[in-house]
Design a binder for this molecule. Structure first.
Ligand code: PLP
Length: 356
């Protein structure tokens, strides 16, 4: 496998890819329902939850939309500190919700005090937070923010997007008091794109029951009606679920704590490497992602040029996202990436810069 240091779709192990070639079967059959049931059950370990997990046939953005459609009756507060958090605000507006945002510049974190202030000014039935902002490499202090929400406004539900961190970083849904937590397949779970997994607690289900016009495809009540029969209302992406079932076993065999330590070890290594070179990290200390390190471009570094340089080595690095393109570069050290892959990439950057 040739490692791509991009934040999804990531490299998928060949034996996981192979699972997708298994024969189809009726999705409403005992055999498929068994695979679906055990995949959802095993996922609970990775989400640190006792609640239900819906496996949805859509990408992470669909999970964002589902939270807005099901959980907000009146007014939603979107925490915005990067492109994906901004997308969630756009989703709120597109669904006709009254939405306010707490907004900080790209590269900054949302702090608990900001949330406290906003919740004291206005009543919100839902707050949305992106745990790991893939566009900037900032990890928001979700546990501390959740504590504030529970203290200041206990009826406000907390929905967390962990699309680029869940499975690479420990996020304890139940212990932290998160109501909804989701990821999609193509990032830390190291699967091809196409499915999202969303954990929804009982409080969130009770809210959904009170919200009219939740739509159909993302309706949590409809999904639940079928989930209890180990099924889905619509035809699921069965090949991906074969791969998911297999991949969760691989992840559990690695050991979740070992997996988290592998990711945090690579984050530390990348941060120290950049700092030693005098290159600035985009995220402030204390709020740095464990799965993606974002570095401010030194004047002589051009990501596109570097990717041409490393193409023969079958490596690939991610440019800055959106407005940050050409201003930062992103080292995604997630999923199947190992420390020796990372060392190889960083020494290639060192080599590339020798001639500069
Ligand atoms: N949220 C975050 C943090 C992301 O990084 C992404 C995609 O990169 C998304 C949401 C959107 O996910 P998808 O592309 O699976 O719709």
């Amino acid at each position: 496998m040739s490692p791509m240091f991009v934040p999804g779709p990531v490299d998928v192990s060949p034996d996981v890819l192979q699972q997708q070639t298994k024969a189809m079967m009726p999705h409403r059959s005992k055999d498929f329902e068994a695979i679906f049931q055990r995949s959802a059950e095993k996922l609970k370990q990775i989400f640190y939850t006792q609640y239900r997990i819906f496996i949805m046939t859509n990408s992470g953005s669909g999970a964002q939309e589902s939270a807005i459609r099901n959980l907000s009756k009146e007014r939603v507060l979107n925490c915005v500190n990067g492109s994906f958090a901004k997308r969630w605000y756009d989703v709120s507006i597109a669904n006709g919700k009254l939405a306010d945002k707490i907004e900080v510049p790209m590269g900054q974190a949302i702090l608990p005090g900001m949330v406290e202030e906003a919740l004291k000014k206005e009543k919100y039935d839902l707050i949305t937070i992106v745990h790991n902002e893939t566009s900037t490499g900032v990890e928001n202090p979700v546990k501390e923010i959740a504590e504030v929400v529970q203290r200041v406004s206990p009826d406000t539900l907390i929905a967390v997007d962990a699309v680029s961190s869940l499975g690479g970083t420990k996020i304890e849904m139940d212990a932290w008091g998160l109501d909804v937590l989701f990821t999609s397949s193509q990032k830390c779970l190291a699967l091809p794109p196409g499915i999202a997994m969303i954990a929804v607690n009982d409080r969130a289900m009770a809210r959904a029951a009170e919200v009219p016009y939740r739509g159909w495809y993302f309706d949590y009540l409809l999904l639940e009606k079928h989930r209890v029969k180990d099924s889905t209302p619509m035809t699921p992406a069965m090949s991906l679920i074969y791969a998911l079932d297999f991949q969760i076993d691989r992840m559990l065999a690695e050991g979740l704590d070992n997996r988290f330590a592998r990711h945090s070890g690579m984050a530390k290594y990348s941060q120290e490497w950049a700092t030693k070179k005098g290159w600035a990290l985009f995220a402030p200390e204390g709020y740095r992602s464990q799965t993606i390190t974002v570095v401010v471009n030194p004047p002589t570094f051009d990501c596109a040029e570097f990717n041409k340089f490393i193409a023969p080595r079958n490596l690939r690095l991610a440019n800055g996202y959106g407005d940050m393109k050409g201003k930062t570069f992103r080292i995604a050290h997630m999923a199947e990436i190992q420390m020796n892959d990372l060392e190889n990439l960083l020494s290639s950057i060192d080599e590339f810069m020798l001639g500069k």
